[in-house]
Design a protein around this ligand. Structure first.
Ligand code: HEM
Length: 327
């Protein structure tokens, strides 16, 4: 008897699968302005129902505002934390989703802080972001409280406030979805992405007291032309080297869209770190190497000038999953 031929996948089923797994705007280009809005949702059923509805209607609100932005960039990604996942979605959590793990090194700590929802909003200008946030927070009403709202801006040459170009080694082309979008390893959540945020405050006067050579050694790149410095083979490693994760499967990338933020009148200068990844363990490993050191206790010297004051992990599900939460 001849073997039964395997069924040819129907083009409609394939198209449907692709639609179900369409990611949010993870790959949006680096923008001139951004906001990182962190919300905590109240635990009562009425608040959860409101939050479900608002979160599920995000795409509609984005459209309402985007059309008024006269064709400029305007995107918004929503992430849901481990604590809020069950109550908000009623579904089991994505495979790797867990609360942000505090990483305690000999000298510095990556603190874990509160947060149920992340709104990562990117646009050409702050005005449109403020308009969106105003409408969004009105829609949440008393159901959620904003516990942080950081306005990021693009600094000269795409530099952070330590004055180094930030974002260079980000994956692009086909490497980008490969590094950031969950696939068949977790079919129920294909199209989603793990998102980690950390808020860092810089001690700029201490940083500026360092020679450019010392700063370059800490980052691992030339300050002026952004070219890479060779990796140290032993002893103190640069930030770039500590954040390069390699194993038998090759190098594991993440996508960063860090933004500087500042309130000069209060002496506040910082970097808001945001990393999107397909496998959460990759960012966990980077944090371990930065804070504990490789080898311990040789931590990332960027931390001697940058204090982590917030840290939360989220999952940004596929677009269709998100819109399915609305009534
Ligand atoms: C104070 C906060 C931080 C600042 C100012 C900062 C800045 C930078 C700069 C200037 C570079 C070199 C250029 C580039 O490739 O973008 C870099 C590389 C990188 N950073 Fe950070 N970073 C910060 C925190 C983090 C954190 C918390 C992580 C991950 C948990 C991270 C992951 C990476 C990765 C993956 C690279 C690229 C490494 C490679 O060359 O392959 N960074 N960062």
């Amino acid at each position: 008897m001849s073997p039964t031929p395997s069924p040819i996948p129907s083009p409609i089923a394939t198209a449907q699968q692709a639609l179900d797994a369409e990611p949010q705007s993870i790959d949006a280009p680096l923008s001139a302005a951004a906001a990182f809005l962190i919300l905590v949702v109240k635990d009562d059923e009425a608040s959860l129902a409101t939050a479900r509805d608002v979160v599920g209607s995000t795409d509609d609100l984005v459209k309402d505002v985007r059309i008024r932005a006269n064709g400029g960039v305007f995107t918004c990604n929503v992430g849901i934390s481990h604590r809020a996942w069950g109550p908000l979605t009623g579904k089991p959590a994505p495979r790797e989703l867990a609360p942000f793990k505090e990483v305690r090194g000999a000298k510095h700590t990556a603190v874990a802080t509160a947060g149920d929802l992340l709104y990562h909003i990117r646009a050409d200008s702050t005005g449109v972001i403020v308009e969106f946030e105003k409408l969004l927070l009105e829609a949440f009403g008393d159901a959620a409280t904003a516990i942080d709202d950081v306005a990021g801006f693009r600094y000269f040459d795409g530099r952070d406030l330590l004055e180094f170009v930030d974002g260079t080694a980000n994956p692009d082309g086909l490497d980008l979805p490969e590094a950031t979008i969950v696939g068949s390893e977790d079919p129920a959540y294909a199209g989603g992405s793990y998102v980690v945020i950390q808020k860092y405050l810089h001690d700029l006067s201490a940083w500026r007291a360092q020679s450019v050579e010392t700063q370059q050694g800490i980052i691992g790149r030339n300050k002026f032309d952004n070219t890479e410095l060779p990796d140290a083979t032993e002893g103190q490693k640069s930030h770039k080297t500590l954040c390069t994760i390699e194993d038998a499967d090759g190098e594991h990338d993440i996508l960063r869209d860090n933004m500087p933020f500042a309130v000069p009148g209060r002496g506040e200068y910082g970097t808001y770190f945001i990393g999107y990844c397909r496998h959460l363990w990759v960012i966990d490993r980077m944090l371990e190497r930065m804070f504990v050191g490789d080898p311990p206790p040789l931590h990332d010297r960027i931390l001697d000038f940058s204090k982590a004051v917030a840290g939360v992990t989220f999952f940004a599900p596929a677009r269709k999953f998100l819109s399915g939460l609305a009534d």
